[in-house]
Design a binder for this molecule. Structure first.
Ligand SMILES: *Cc1c(COP(=O)(O)O)cnc(C)c1O
Length: 454
């Protein structure tokens, strides 16, 4: 009793002091002293883009405002940054999971520490292990490869096509009796062509893991990405859309998969809140990890989620304006988009005849201050030295010590089409705060440059 009282009164003192500081800072800044006056977050995050300085900025932070601040303050004031217990009633991660599942149209969501952790949980959820093969695009982020290797399974690479995502025919060709799953990565803001992928997967009994890290808020024919396959994952790292700096989520409608993922993210154990969602526990305890999300992260993500549609809406509108303006250019070859309405508009993409003209195109657009690059944010996995040499964290790692693992040959020969496509594509970044004037400037620049090169 006595300690509880002391604790409470100490906390009240601290709160009073903090409120006093905040009030006096506000008073001081109101009095024109500038004390405590902070730049507006959205401006601090990127600066408003202008034609002279076209900066797409980091997407999520441009939408930080009082809502994130308020949610964070609630966690701080309650003294409960841990999701399961504390002096207050921690609910931020719990509520975020409920709302995120509703937003994505799945029964369940699990908040974790990163997109990489989410992939490890999803792979565990799918019961992938030694002896299994998992099909992974040759061009994607490291985590799609490492999650397979960490599970002791064998990564099998599939080429991308002009969607910049997996080529469904090549996916079908790479299926063997050992293929347990395919990771359909919705890369660079654009959905995979999910219909053929799902058809092939169903026909051949292959599970589908959707990696939506680069396409949070995207959809395919009206269905939210992540809700189409068996399981979906997201990243909330700063380079993605909605963000808490770091963070990730797993979604699924399968209660066994969900329980396995939830157990893996918490040392193999399960809390009542998860079994309340699934109705009952169906999986025994096993060795897991700690990928639990903190309440501070959950607070920011809860606020960011309410703005996801706005972020994506603005990006998409700007990307569509640019696509509309350039699609009539003579001979232009745009990224093939199986569902343009589901694209989140992260960038606009077009293809040049070869690498040399691609490089000249990027150079000339950059001279005009247009944020242009080769395909970004991922790696050409099969040509990485550590992948070619199949290095895992132990020399006898099961992924590569099986007969299939030993026979597997990575390197450029397993992804020729991907390397060629990579070399021809130009990427122009789109910002959610671009104005019609900026979109028009980008269109004119692409028209001028493309006309002289093709
Ligand atoms: C960023 C990313 C991840 C991993 O997310 P982190 O939060 O950075 O761990 C996984 N897959 C893809 C395609 C990504 O772009």
């Amino acid at each position: 009793m006595a300690t509880q009282e002391t604790k409470t009164s100490r906390r009240n003192e601290a709160l009073t002091r903090r409120r006093f500081l905040r009030t006096s800072c506000l008073a001081a800044s109101a009095a024109g002293l500038g004390l405590g006056a902070r730049p507006r977050r959205s401006q601090a995050a990127s600066g408003a883009p202008t034609v002279d300085r076209i900066d797409p900025g980091f997407i999520g932070p441009q939408f930080f405002d009082e809502q994130e601040e308020q949610a964070l303050m609630e966690v701080i004031e309650s003294g409960s940054p841990f999701r399961y217990w504390g002096p207050g009633t921690p609910m931020k991660v719990l509520r975020f999971e409920e709302r995120f599942a509703r937003h994505m149209g799945t029964r369940f969501a699990l908040g974790v520490t990163s997109g990489t952790a989410a992939l490890d949980c999803a792979v565990t959820g799918l019961d992938i292990g030694p002896g299994d093969e998992v099909i992974v695009p040759a061009y994607t982020w490291w985590s799609d490869y490492t999650c397979v290797v960490h599970a002791g399974a064998l990564p099998v690479f599939v080429d991308i096509d002009r969607t910049l995502n997996i080529n469904p025919q090549d996916f079908e060709r790479k299926i063997t009796p050992r293929t347990k799953a395919v990771i359909a990565v919705h890369l660079l803001g654009g959905p995979c062509d999910m219909e053929p992928i799902m058809d092939i997967a169903r026909k051949r009994g292959v599970a589908v893991l959707e990696d939506c890290a680069q396409c949070v808020g995207g959809s395919y024919r009206g269905q939210k990405l992540g809700s189409i396959g068996n399981v979906g994952i997201y990243s909330f790292q700063i380079n993605k859309t909605m963000t808490s700096g770091e963070g990730g989520a797993v979604v699924t409608s399968d209660p066994v998969l969900y329980e396995r993922a939830a157990r893996f993210h918490d040392m193999g154990t399960i809390r009542g809140l998860f079994t309340d969602r699934t109705g009952a526990s169906r999986v025994p305890t096993f060795a897991g990890e700690n990928f639990r999300m903190s309440e501070l992260t959950g607070a920011v993500l809860g606020a960011q989620l309410t703005k996801l549609d706005t972020m994506v809406g603005q990006l998409r509108a700007n990307a569509e304006a640019v696509y509309d303006g350039i699609k009539t250019i003579d001979g232009i070859r745009l990224r093939h988009r199986p569902d343009p309405e589901g694209d989140i508009g992260y960038s606009v993409f077009f293809e040049m005849p070869d690498k040399a003209s691609r490089d000249r195109c990027i150079g000339q657009l950059r001279q005009r201050r247009v944020p242009t690059s080769t395909l970004s944010g991922s790696v050409l996995l099969p040509i990485q030295e550590s992948v070619i040499n199949k290095r895992a964290r132990h020399a006898n790692w099961p992924s590569f010590s099986s007969p299939e693992g030993k026979a597997m040959q990575y390197g450029p020969d397993c992804c020729r089409q991907t390397l060629e496509i990579f070399d021809r594509f130009v990427q122009v970044r789109i910002g959610p705060k671009y104005t019609p004037r900026i979109n028009g400037y980008i269109i004119d620049a692409i028209r001028q440059v493309h006309g002289t090169l093709v």
